[in-house]
Design a protein around this ligand. Structure first.
Ligand code: PLP
Length: 448
């Protein structure tokens, strides 16, 4: 018996703790479920109930919760050196070691790392570095940023403006709208015209990108393109074959920086350290990462960028200073956690496990498509989702007030399975340790 006063915790939380994306009217009544313990892929609530967390926290629990080795590495670093300023004249050993390690794991030309507090601040850092870089090159008109509808890039002012989820852009908020533009997103299931092949669909998306550059007065005015290799929060959208390569080629042909937002896809979710090159065959100019970097044991993000950008920033006798950074950039405890996290992934060959179990997960989950309310099961390896429809033929959605994703996930909770509801979807990104029996449990539970 855990012995927590669950109601008292819920009341304190409701009164004082404002949650991300809190829907005030719902939260006022329902509050949030207190989670008190984590062990591997399982979380336990304050009433002692156990759940398989198929969401991996928030796409971030890659090695599993509650590892003693991680706690010891974090404690040892906190005891040895809990903090040192990262500002130029000082460094710390975990930050230096981690930056070198990331450079060794990243595509060959991405050898430089700027540490941040998480994913949004990595995207924000990319945004600022892009403008700094283009100005340093004398390309002062290269100001426009292009991304996609339904992309998610974080929650700071700039990263949310780059993101394009309509639900996150209500009129009550302001956004950077004069220099940030959103293209269509590559959702073949929902957005391709009747009878259009995948390659024809890609043609239209590439054409739209080229037209947008033209509309903005040409490539001299366009600084960068941002894209997640697989859109995460926007509904686990895997673009049709060739899309990312062709969008990348447009960037290269037009001297536009390609930023691959790998906050979700890096560190094993698709069976690679970074998915851009190994899964999709592109070498971006910048990669933003966070989440799986520490598996959520400590908050940390990292922007990786190319030698080419570095050479401009680092030009001799230029007097340049990239006036940007956080008190917690390169935090020693967070970097020590990341190093241990990567060591565990290497030792336990977790990327290999994702390559082996991932296709089984995709295949088994796909069997749910015989259910009358399942429109599509999609995703890749350990990043998947189920889309519910009211009518399979027309792909019509259930009315939003029915909250179908939430209803299914609430029922799954009762059966000991956590999935993430996003309107008419259930999204999953389980720990990389997941085995085939656990896949069977997820699929059987969702079917039930
Ligand atoms: N970029 C992507 C692709 C994400 O999925 C997220 C978070 O889900 C972010 C950026 C923002 O990361 P954070 O919440 O750590 O700031």
């Amino acid at each position: 018996q855990p012995g927590y006063d669950t109601q008292a915790i819920i009341e304190k939380d409701k009164a004082h703790h404002v949650h991300p994306w809190q829907v005030f009217d719902v939260f006022r009544d329902e509050g949030a479920l207190p989670i008190v313990k984590g062990e591997g892929s399982y979380i336990f609530d304050s009433e002692g109930r156990k759940y398989f967390d198929a969401v991996g926290g928030l796409w971030c629990n890659n090695i599993g919760l509650g590892r003693k080795e991680m706690a010891e590495a974090i404690a040892a670093q906190a005891y040895q050196l809990s903090y040192a300023s990262p500002f130029v004249d000082l460094t710390n050993i975990p930050a230096a070691e981690l930056a070198a390690k990331l450079a060794s794991l990243a595509p060959a030309t991405l050898n430089h790392v700027f540490f941040t507090c998480g994913g949004s601040t990595a995207v924000d850092t990319a945004f600022r570095m892009i403008h700094y870089y283009q100005n340093c090159r004398g390309k002062h008109a290269k100001k426009h940023i292009i991304s996609r509808i339904n992309s998610y890039h974080g929650t700071t002012y700039a990263s949310m403006s780059i993101g394009g989820k309509p639900g996150d852009h209500p009129p009550e908020f302001d956004f950077i709208s004069d220099t940030i533009h959103h293209l269509s997103y590559p959702n073949y299931y929902r957005c391709a015209a009747e009878g259009m092949s995948e390659s024809e669909f890609v043609d239209t998306l590439v054409q739209e990108f080229e037209d947008k550059i033209e509309e903005l007065g040409g490539a001299d005015n366009v600084a960068a393109f941002f894209a997640e290799p697989i859109m995460g929060a926007g509904g686990v959208i895997v673009a049709p074959e060739g899309y990312l390569k062709r969008m990348h080629a447009v960037c290269k042909a037009n001297d536009i920086l390609y930023v691959s937002d790998e906050v979700v896809t890096a560190f094993g979710r698709l069976g690679h350290w970074f998915a851009s090159e190994d899964e999709f065959g592109i070498v971006p100019d910048m990669i933003t990462s966070a989440k799986g970097l520490t598996s959520g044991y400590q908050p940390l993000g990292a922007l990786l960028f190319s030698d080419e950008i570095w050479d401009v920033l680092n030009a001799e006798n230029s007097g340049r200073c990239f006036a940007h950074g956080f008190t917690y950039s390169g935090h020693p405890v967070a970097c020590a956690a990341a190093l241990k996290n990567i060591e565990i992934m290497e030792r336990e060959q977790l990327l290999e496990n994702v390559k082996e179990v991932g296709p089984y997960f995709e295949q088994q989950l796909k069997t749910l498509e015989d259910l009358p309310i399942v429109g599509q099961v999609r995703g890749r390896k350990f990043m998947v989702c189920v889309e519910y429809v009211a009518d399979k033929k027309t792909k019509a959605l259930f009315p939003e007030e029915l909250d179908i994703g939430k209803r299914v996930s609430n029922n799954a909770d009762e059966l000991g399975l956590i999935t993430r509801a996003i309107v008419h979807l259930n999204v999953m990104s389980p720990p990389l340790t997941m085995n085939k029996d656990e896949v069977d449990f997820i699929v059987a539970t969702l079917r039930q």
